[in-house]
Design a protein around this ligand. Structure first.
Ligand code: ZN
Ligand code: ZN
Length: 409
């Protein structure tokens, strides 16, 4: 176990972030996992990182705050916190997010407090978001098994066994065997994803038509000059990094106002410490005009109304039904894992990197390129084993992309 954890820490720093000599590293980490953060810091310093700065998190304290803090705190963000993110982003620091959230940490909390908190931080961190859009900060997200999360994934196991089982799933998903081959395995994996990415880029589809037995029937126009991305990203300064570990997706930007039809989610979505299940959206000219859920509907409706762009999509991602995380036949209640088991969309902000020349564009130019903007970005899963996707090229040819949940190429 110790060996695998060491290998994981090294993988996150070396492949996830690929820390540069003299670069600062901001690590967000749950306090319960301090020993793991220390391992990451050690590898980072060994690779020449100039300083590791910690941003500790704690589910328990977050819940306490939402339940008991004075009401006004949800409408303001202190200047020092804004400066923390903005200044480090300007300095081209790297950001490593370690997560182990209890999927239902905020169950029963006043949903309005969560919404207001999103709105105030979204507003306060505007400059920070604009800098991050320039893609000058390598970043990565990795997950660590915690008791509450593990018990949600494996309710029939006792706490200790559940945590052990979840760690095994995490190691499987990030290709760690404990024999020191993970870094190499990742380079190989990235190469394969990028081969398929190239095929999609060569087709340069105008639109994709999704259909399955859940009732999904959706036509998604892609942004003009869109770029499919996968298996890592490169900063404006040429630093190659892996935003998500694991990653199985190939993703791009839809045209903001170019989505029409009905879409059903195929898995529950955990967001803001709540489970949202049975999502159904009706889309008209890119906008969500009807939204419902069989569980967590209020949380969902708040998520899509945090600002104007939250009710438009910003990401289209393809993941085969036959892929490692999907084949583990486990519902993780954690988007980092579930989104990499399933085709998904995100409502909210599009990535500037998914359109040609995007990182040099300002807000207006990105909008003109068809990209959506919002303070939020929420992935939700739509892939099923019978999903079909047919692409339409600009010269009117129909090309099957997905059949029975999988790529045909
Ligand atoms: Zn995605
Ligand atoms: Zn996303």
């Amino acid at each position: 176990m110790e060996k695998k954890l060491q290998e994981y820490a090294r993988l996150l720093v070396e492949v996830g972030i690929n820390i540069k000599k003299g670069q600062k590293l901001i690590i967000a980490c749950p306090v319960d996992h301090a020993p793991f953060a220390r391992m990451c810091a050690k590898y980072a310093y060994e690779m020449g990182c100039s300083e590791v700065i910690m941003n500790w998190t704690d589910d328990n304290l977050t819940r306490q705050k939402y339940l008991m803090a004075e009401d006004s705190v949800f409408d303001t963000v202190p200047e020092w916190r804004v400066r923390f993110y903005t200044d480090y982003a300007k300095e081209k620091a790297a950001f490593l997010h370690l997560i182990s959230d209890d999927p239902e940490n905020l169950l029963g909390v006043d949903a309005n407090r969560i919404l207001r908190s999103h709105k105030s931080s979204g507003e306060a961190l505007k400059e920070y978001r604009d800098i991050r859009n320039k893609n000058i900060n390598p970043w990565s997200i990795g997950a660590l098994a915690s008791e509450k999360w593990a018990k949600k994934v494996f309710p029939d196991l006792d706490e200790k066994a559940a945590v052990a089982a979840l760690w095994e799933k995490i190691f499987m998903a990030v290709r760690i065997k404990g024999d020191g081959t993970a870094v190499e395995a990742w380079h190989e994996h990235s190469k394969k994803l990028r081969e398929r990415m190239k095929i999609l880029n060569d087709y340069n589809f105008k639109s994709l038509h999704y259909k399955n037995e859940l009732g999904t029937d959706l036509v998604v126009e892609l942004a003009h000059n869109h770029i499919w991305e996968a298996g890592g990203d490169t900063t404006a300064d040429g630093q190659f990094y892996m935003p998500n570990m694991p990653t199985e997706e190939i993703f791009t930007a839809n045209k903001r106002d170019g989505i029409n039809g009905v879409i059903y989610a195929s898995m529950p979505l955990c967001r803001d410490g709540n489970v949202i299940d049975g999502i159904r959206f009706v889309m008209k000219d890119g906008k969500i005009v009807e939204a419902s859920a069989t569980q967590g509907e209020e949380i969902l409706k708040n998520l899509i109304s945090v600002d104007e762009g939250a009710s438009y999509f910003g990401e289209v991602a393809l993941v085969p039904y036959d892929s490692p995380i999907s084949n583990s036949k486990t519902l993780y209640y954690e988007t980092l894992f579930d989104e990499n088991a399933s085709c998904h969309f995100a409502f909210g902000r599009a990535y500037a990197t998914t359109v040609k020349g995007g990182i040099e564009m300002d807000k207006e130019q990105l909008k003109a390129a068809g990209l959506n903007d919002s303070i939020t970005h929420v992935d939700f899963m739509v892939g099923t084993k019978d999903l079909s996707i047919v692409g339409l090229t600009h010269d009117g040819k129909e090309i099957t992309v997905f059949e029975d949940g999988n790529f045909v190429f």
